[in-house]
Ligand binder design. Structure first.
Ligand code: URA
Length: 195
């Protein structure tokens, strides 16, 4: 794939709107052989500025729960379905998801994680290939063919959901703990803080 250098997309002009709205392409972050690969929707303003996924408030929530589950952020890989910030933070369109899909599949192939964790409805539906009631289905695992190989996909809420609705924190926490178990992480740390 010419547009990619290893796991990184280095040049892409497939989505005209996103080429306009992005400051940069936001590639996945974290070890190339991570046991857990988290997949979000698309970069937001902070990610577009820094060039790293989940560095805003959602990322802070995720980091706290990862640490609590014994999974340091440095030990996981995190990426998005779409690598360029959509205008006005709108959801990525289906053709944009499709355009970016080969990059995501290649990343999944090369990282070869024990578990792929979808953060929110858009990545969940994109990878499971069906409608998803993410609040009801959070914490469930489905075996899915991705890039020609069967993968365990763990459905998770988007971290931002816990900011809008504190009652979702427990479900989010339990799902991250399940990801840690599936990845074989050992023990949890004491809580570093709350949000
Ligand atoms: N939300 C996402 O889905 N992805 C990010 O990178 C940041 C927030």
């Amino acid at each position: 794939m010419d547009e990619m250098d290893g796991l990184d997309v280095v040049a892409c002009t497939k989505c005209a709107d996103l080429v306009e709205s992005r400051s940069r392409i936001v590639n996945g972050d974290g070890p190339e052989d991570a046991d857990v690969l988290f997949v979000g929707e698309a970069p937001g303003a902070n990610e577009d500025e820094e060039g790293v996924p989940f560095v805003g408030r959602s990322g802070d929530v995720l980091d706290v729960e990862l640490a609590d589950a014994g999974l340091s952020r440095d030990a996981i890989r995190i990426t998005n379905c779409v690598r360029c910030r959509p205008p006005d933070n709108r959801d990525p369109r289906s053709e944009e998801l499709a355009n970016c899909r080969p990059y995501l599949e290649r990343e999944i192939d090369l990282v070869d994680p024990e578990v792929v964790v979808t953060l929110g409805k858009v990545p969940g539906e994109h990878l499971l290939g069906r409608d998803l009631a993410v609040t009801n289905e959070a914490g469930t695992v489905e075996r899915v063919e991705l890039g020609g190989q069967a993968r365990d996909v763990l459905v998770c809420l988007h971290p931002a959901a816990t900011l809008y609705d504190a009652s979702q924190k427990e479900t989010f926490r339990e799902t991250i703990a399940k990801a840690a178990t599936m990845a074989g992480a050992e023990g949890g740390q004491s809580r570093l803080g709350d949000y």
